[in-house]
Design a protein around this ligand. Structure first.
Ligand SMILES: Nc1ncnc2c1ncn2[C@@H]1O[C@H](COP(=O)(O)OP(=O)(O)O)[C@@H](O)[C@H]1O
Ligand SMILES: [Mg+2]
Length: 348
């Protein structure tokens, strides 16, 4: 939503100014006790975290968890009710213009103009963000290459698939060389293959441009691409760590056994000190280091074992562990911002 009307006026987005004032900190985002209240709704409740420069950081949580509200505060589009946040070294409340100059933003709602080509959409954005004239062509080439759309640059966006349009929006968010790129549910509504492509784009941008990426998702599996994940639920961070560490904290692997006599095996395993659950078709043993324990488990069961399967915790298990329930499914709605489209079309 890099071009939301009203929220960002072009004059505030002068990227041609020298950026020498960027403080050389290693933290791209610093958030301390940040809160946002809408009337009775505490959308974000005292969240604190920091993101290193060049990190891919994910907010994982169900609809209504407070992900978009957090992004809006970090992008200066919503005023915090309490707490502090710095982005690219600048305070989001006291230095909003500086923050806006250093960030790229792709929101849930699509804001491309269908009746312009990919290149024209980018050019429009370059003007809005005052990318210096002599850099525009080079930058457009570069971002189109970053999302592998250089062959489609002269095609109308109206002919693009949903995935291509989303990737073009991400390219647009990178056009003015932001130091932090915010992506709000970038993969909502995309098929798995397109989601994987988008992740390739994101990781390529981090590698080649050194950009810090803050994104939100409610898909468990894709949070694993992130360097670190904050699990957010009801406006609060309930866990924050690397994907591996989060899974590790959930501790137990589940070793599933199909045996000749589950009742006998269950008794013997319990007697040997294992935590066992008997399901209709199998036994499930919860233990740290499941693979290393398999031999001892089979031996302790003392009956013929027909099948063994070790199940390592997934992020679903992690979410369940921290929140006591399954993540609610059902992606956020995406809609096209009609007023902006109308306005952009009239400009032609
Ligand atoms: N502008 C707003 N006015 C009132 N309530 C809002 C507004 N924006 C968000 N909320 C509420 O704040 C909570 C968090 O919303 P949001 O940040 O959009 O969650 P998420 O992006 O994780 O789905 C929800 O209960 C939502 O209804
Ligand atoms: Mg949201």
């Amino acid at each position: 939503m890099t071009a939301t009307p009203g929220a960002l006026s072009p004059g505030e987005l002068d990227t041609s100014k020298p950026l020498t004032a960027v403080p050389q900190r290693s933290l791209a985002i610093e958030v301390s006790a940040l809160s946002k209240r809408y009337g009775e709704v505490q959308a974000v409740h005292s969240v604190s975290f920091s993101v290193e420069r060049g990190e891919v950081f994910a907010f994982l949580g169900p609809n209504g968890a407070g992900k978009s509200t957090t992004i809006k505060m970090l992008c200066t589009l919503a005023r915090p009710s309490a707490g502090r946040a710095r982005v690219a070294g600048f305070d989001v409340v006291r230095q909003p213009k500086a923050v806006r100059r250093h960030i790229g933003l792709v929101f849930q709602d699509q804001t491309l103009d269908d009746q312009l080509t990919a290149e024209e959409n980018l050019r429009f954005h370059a003007v809005l963000y005052r990318v210096p004239h002599d850099q525009v062509a080079r930058r457009i080439d570069r971002v189109l290459r970053l999302v592998a759309l250089e062959d489609r640059r002269r095609d109308l966006v109206g002919t693009f698939s949903g995935g291509m349009a989303r990737r073009l929006e991400i390219a647009r968010g990178m056009l003015h060389t932001p130091s932090v790129l915010f992506l709000d549910e970038p993969t909502v509504g995309l098929d798995p293959q397109t989601r994987a492509l988008m992740w390739e784009d994101v990781l390529r941008m981090r590698r080649e441009e050194g950009v810090t990426i803050f994104l939100t998702t409610h898909y468990m599996d894709e949070a694993e691409y992130a360097d670190r994940i904050a699990i957010i639920d009801h406006g609060q961070i309930v866990a924050l760590d690397t994907p591996d560490q989060l899974k590790h904290q959930v501790a137990a692997d589940a070793v599933e056994l199909v045996t000749a006599d589950d009742v006998v095996a269950e008794q013997r395993l319990a007697a040997a000190g294992f935590q066992v659950r008997r399901d209709p078709e199998r036994l499930v043993i919860f233990t740290a280091n499941g693979e290393a324990q398999v031999a001892r488990i089979v031996e302790s069961a003392g009956v013929a074992v027909r099948n063994v399967h070790v199940h390592r915790p997934t992020l679903d298990d992690v979410f369940l562990h921290y929140t006591g329930r399954q993540i609610r499914e059902g992606p956020a709605e995406r809609s096209v911002a009609m007023p902006l489209r109308a306005r952009m079309t009239r400009r032609r």
